[in-house]
Structure formats: structure tokens, C-alpha cells
Write a protein that binds this ligand. Sequence first.
Ligand SMILES: Nc1ncnc2c1ncn2[C@@H]1O[C@H](COP(=O)(O)OP(=O)(O)O)[C@@H](O)[C@H]1O
Ligand SMILES: O=C(O)C1=C[C@@H](OP(=O)(O)O)[C@@H](O)[C@H](O)C1
Ligand SMILES: [Mg+2]
Length: 177
Amino acid sequence: MIIQPIFMVGARGCGKTTVGRALAQALGFQFTDTDLILLQSTGLSVAQIVEQEGWAGFRTRESDILHGVASADGRQVVATGGGIILSEANRRFMRATGTVFYLHAPADVLARRLEAVPEEDQRPSLTGRPIAEEIAEILLAREALYQDAAHHVLDAGQPPQDVVSAVLQRLCPCAAG
Ligand SMILES: Nc1ncnc2c1ncn2[C@@H]1O[C@H](COP(=O)(O)OP(=O)(O)O)[C@@H](O)[C@H]1O
Ligand SMILES: O=C(O)C1=C[C@@H](OP(=O)(O)O)[C@@H](O)[C@H](O)C1
Ligand SMILES: [Mg+2]
């Protein structure tokens, strides 16, 4: 049986990292996070990379990481950064080589989570606007791209363990409890 990687996509705060880690544990898969790999390989935060190389530099680096990790081993869950879908090549690559889950949540839910834990070093402002305004604007601009990348769209407003269960159900409906 061919085992493909699982990609988590969605806007900042939808739970790609949190749910991805729990999902990997549930499946006995390796967990990978493109932002974490960047941090570990360069010693630099997203904010520092953007300061040095601009968003274009960061986007090139995260695309390289995506292609590198995903070709390594199928038994893994890959949490991507929220902007990975901006590249059409990335969207096509994830759809073709793995199973892609879009964790969907409304802007007000995402804003509440991001305001509670902003992690500004890993999530520097994309627009210079306040968090709630920014996430609403970003979601609007990217919604079609998340949908385009995804094989499955899940409600990310529920608790993390419920999102994990929903992923497992989509992967193997026959095993549903
Ligand atoms: N399903 C969820 N329900 C409630 N809080 C969540 C959920 N998923 C993530 N969070 C919280 O939201 C914040 C962002 O989560 P994170 O996994 O880093 O999102 P992402 O990687 O998509 O940006 C964290 O503080 C996390 O604890
Ligand atoms: O939405 C974005 O453009 C970004 C999301 C962040 O990841 P999370 O979605 O894991 O917060 C991180 O990759 C970077 O700050 C850019
Ligand atoms: Mg993340």
C-alpha cells in the first residue's frame, strides 16, 4: 500500500500545528512543520527572515522546505504555514503527492485565538493592520486558494481532538466509531 503525506492548510490560527501534531501521534506518523524546520535550520524566526529577505524570501524558503520534507517519507503529517497556498506550484504539489486538509474557521474565531497568543516572532503582521481586521482580509483573499489546494475541508472551530477524529474519519470512513 502506498502511504502519502498528509498536508494541513489554512489561515493563521486554524490549528495546523496543534491538530497536525496530535494527528501524527494518533497515526504513529512523523510530525513536520514548515515554519519549525525553517526556525531549526536557520536559527531565525519568521520575523527575522522577513526583515532580512522580505516576504518573497520567506516564501521561497518555505516552498523549498515543503518540497524537501514531502519527498522524504510518506508516513508524515506536514503542518504548513498559512501562506503556502499562495504558490500555485505548492497547491498542485500537495494535491498530487498527498492528502490535503483545509482547516476552516471563521475570521472571528481565528482572531480570538491569535489575539490570545499572537506569537509575533513567528507571525509578523502581513498588512500592518490590527489582528482582527488583518485575518478577515487575508481569509477573504485566500479562501479560494485553500479550497483549491484541499481534498477535504473540515470545521476547525471544534476542539483539536474532534478535528483529529474528523480527519481520521475522512481518511478511513470504514473505521468510524
Ligand atoms: N481547534 C482548536 N480549538 C481551540 N484552540 C485552538 C484550536 N487549534 C488551535 N488552537 C489554538 O490556536 C492557536 C494557534 O494554533 P496553531 O496550531 O499554532 O495554528 P496554526 O498553525 O494554524 O497557525 C494556539 O494558541 C492553539 O492552542
Ligand atoms: O499566513 C501566513 O502568511 C503565515 C502564517 C504563519 O504560519 P501559521 O499559519 O502556522 O501561523 C507563518 O508561516 C508566517 O508568519 C506566514
Ligand atoms: Mg503553525
